[in-house]
Design a protein around this ligand. Structure first.
Ligand SMILES: [Zn+2]
Length: 281
């Protein structure tokens, strides 16, 4: 999928064009019929979402096992929703989808959730120079303990590389150390602030440099955490601006979305999302 709405409309003018794209993606290379084994061509069966072998009428359903199966929403609306997500750097709210597609809010909410699932993190292990940090999202500031109803998120970002982030129960060592060991390769050079939970990293096979933020020591040679701080500010700006209040239940899916956007920065994400959407589930 390209970048302008005009290009989108030219490429996917209607449901049939979308189905044909799905068919080509999944079965475009198929030369022989899986049923009669003859060399064949598959033709579109009118008014059904399937293609049939020209010899034995064996049917292929391109949408089977994908997030588009059994949907009553027109395929073009789905493609357009994916397009909107692909061009919106700060995400797309269900309200915006409702307005753009002319579907109900409930449908828009469900579609947005499905599309966000395509952006789930794939458990990449980060390596090299990795900045780590924890932050708090949501809640109100008026509580006695300023973090008490905020959700904690732990994140790690390779310098010039990939990110990973998880909604965590707390920012104690018992929670964060398994996160670090699960997401960062042994031997990596970790950069962090002086948060106590990170104190034992050297003993755990990492090299570790700290920045003392309380002494306004933000940059000391290579000891800085500006990369992850940039990631947090983009995440918070998007959640505040597009999604407003995010309940803890859905926070991980929003975190996943912005990790995905970060990891695919500079790439047209429309085709990436569609490819993921067409993977059998
Ligand atoms: Zn056949």
């Amino acid at each position: 999928m390209r970048h302008t709405k005009k290009q989108f409309e030219a490429e996917f003018p209607d449901d049939d064009a979308c189905l044909e794209a799905v068919f080509q993606d999944r079965f475009g290379d198929l030369k022989f019929c899986p049923k009669c084994a003859a060399e064949t061509k598959f033709y579109r069966v009118k008014s059904r979402q399937c293609y049939a072998c020209k010899w034995c009428s064996y049917q292929l359903f391109p949408l089977a096992d994908t997030i588009f199966r059994k949907t009553t929403t027109p395929l073009k609306d789905w493609f357009y929703a994916v397009y909107l997500f692909s061009v919106a750097k700060n995400g797309v709210s269900a309200k915006e989808l409702e307005r753009h597609l002319g579907v109900t809010y409930k449908t828009a909410w469900r579609m947005a959730g499905q599309i966000r699932k395509l952006m789930q993190q794939d458990g990449d292990i980060l390596a090299g120079d990795v900045e780590i940090d924890e932050t708090y999202i949501g809640g109100t500031r008026r509580m006695a303990n300023k973090y008490s109803n905020k959700s904690a998120v732990f994140g790690a970002v390779e310098r010039n590389g990939r990110a990973s982030a998880e909604h965590v129960k707390s920012t104690g060592a018992r929670v964060l150390l398994p996160e670090i060991e699960g997401h960062i390769a042994a031997g990596a050079h970790i950069h962090s602030d002086e948060w106590g939970a990170y104190r034992t990293l050297k003993r755990r096979g990492y090299s570790h440099t700290t920045v003392n933020h309380s002494k306004l020591e933000y940059v000391r040679g290579s000891a800085y955490t500006n990369t992850i701080e940039g990631f947090w500010s983009q995440l918070k700006r998007s959640i505040d601006g597009t999604y407003h209040a995010v309940s803890p239940k859905y926070l991980q899916s929003y975190v996943d979305e912005f990790v995905f956007r970060y990891n695919f920065r500079g790439v047209a994400v429309g085709p990436v999302l569609l490819e993921r959407a067409l993977k059998p589930i």
